[in-house]
Design a protein around this ligand. Sequence first.
Ligand code: NI
Ligand code: MN
Length: 246
Amino acid sequence: MNVSYHGHSVVKIETNGTTILIDPFITGNANTDLDAGSVQADVIILTHGHGDHVGDTVDIAKRNHALVIAAPELSDLLGWEGVRTHPMSIGGAYTFDFGKVKLTQAFHSSSYVNPESKTIIYTGMPAGILFTAEGKTIYHAGDTGLFYDMKVIGERNKIDLAFLPIGDNHTMGPEDAAIATEWLQAKQVVPIHFNTFPFIKQDPHSFTSLLEEGIGVVLQPGEAICLPVIKDARGESPHSSTPALS
Ligand code: NI
Ligand code: MN
């Protein structure tokens, strides 16, 4: 399984011949290597309805005829725009032919904002994602503050790789994300949701330096982790001294 990071909260998972995009915010994302007009996806999973997560979902889904997995309200909204959707709620899991998806809670909000009509449309509960395929489990926390049930998520799932927000202001900052890492017992953690906007300016190494050696991995946009071996998109190891390579 190949898992790559593409700036902000954008994660791409390639497994069993299926390409999955999580929160494909590309247009307006200065930190991404992806091109909204050509990116390929079979499946899109959304953590919540904010613009910096839904991003280019409608265009990408229509062009690729991709399936969009999201909270029921967000799923309805996207369905009305002509997108093929699969609604899911927190605590529920569904096994697709490419892997198992389960949504977890996230402490945040979730809405579409329309500045022209000055309306805010509710898009359901924000969520985190547990994705399991090929015997590996990935956790994408979405946007969330620290919550103690992360301990339960860690106890009930063997997380191989976690993507945690560290930007602070709207989500956990580095210190809370370090506590989350401990509670989740994740083997590897990649910081996300930082530096895209002034409010979330953060040095990702201020997070990874709080972790046990070898757990935190700062990925540049376009870099990938091949589970179980760490390597970048060119197949070279950016962290050749990490224990996870063994
Ligand atoms: Ni958000
Ligand atoms: Mn966000």
